[in-house]
Design a protein around this ligand. Sequence first.
Ligand SMILES: Cc1cc2nc3c(=O)[nH]c(=O)nc-3n(C[C@H](O)[C@H](O)[C@H](O)COP(=O)(O)O)c2cc1C
Length: 224
Amino acid sequence: MDVIEAVKKRKSIRGYKPDPVAKEVLEEILELARRAPSAMNTQPWEFTVLAGDVLENIKRSNIELLKSGVSPSPEHMVVGWPIESIYRQRQVNLAKQLFQLMDISREDKEKRAKWQERGFRYFDAPAAIIISTDCCLSESGPLLDIGAIVQTICLTALHFGLGTCIEDQGTMYPDILRKYAHIPDSKRIVIAIAIGYPDWDFPANKLQTEREPVKNIATWLGFD
Ligand SMILES: Cc1cc2nc3c(=O)[nH]c(=O)nc-3n(C[C@H](O)[C@H](O)[C@H](O)COP(=O)(O)O)c2cc1C
């Protein structure tokens, strides 16, 4: 698959087949993705790759906390937006499109809660990659580098027929990850990637999200 095809093809996958992903495949993805750039080649990323019983325990415990109303406590800044902004509008559009595909009405609190739980269960993916960084680094500094490697992982995964969903939801209860995945306190948990073979019959996977046209986001100078 060439780069342009991969960039066009990547999208968030929120429904997976139960088929496990071989450790060797995940290893190869990380082997390739570690070529991602980072500021001064600092490579401020570490991966905890989860599957099997460990992942099941994390999924179960996340849902228990969510259902008992425990407030999420992510260790990194989660994006926030002013209520009147285009950013909020885009977030609402995404939710509307997903809910429409999943046949979830605005009033249906139960179905909405079930949908939210999927995110905390890594969308039932058979594997998940937790990305963390060292606490000795500044909080925001490594985030650009981590963004670069996260996208590289998602693009590389396509080569192996795998789908991914980058997700904050998978890191909302860091204590659970620390307990079951043994991530020490010296590491800041930044983001999760659900990974597995896409279930193309799952309605939410049909979503093709929109993007702002380049003319609205780029300023060109000196091109005449
Ligand atoms: C930093 C980051 C955090 C995200 N967190 C979540 C999440 O918690 N739950 C979710 O369903 N999608 C999450 N996403 C996926 C975005 O919703 C998705 O990338 C966006 O809507 C664009 O759609 P696409 O990935 O299909 O192109 C996240 C993406 C990024 C980059």
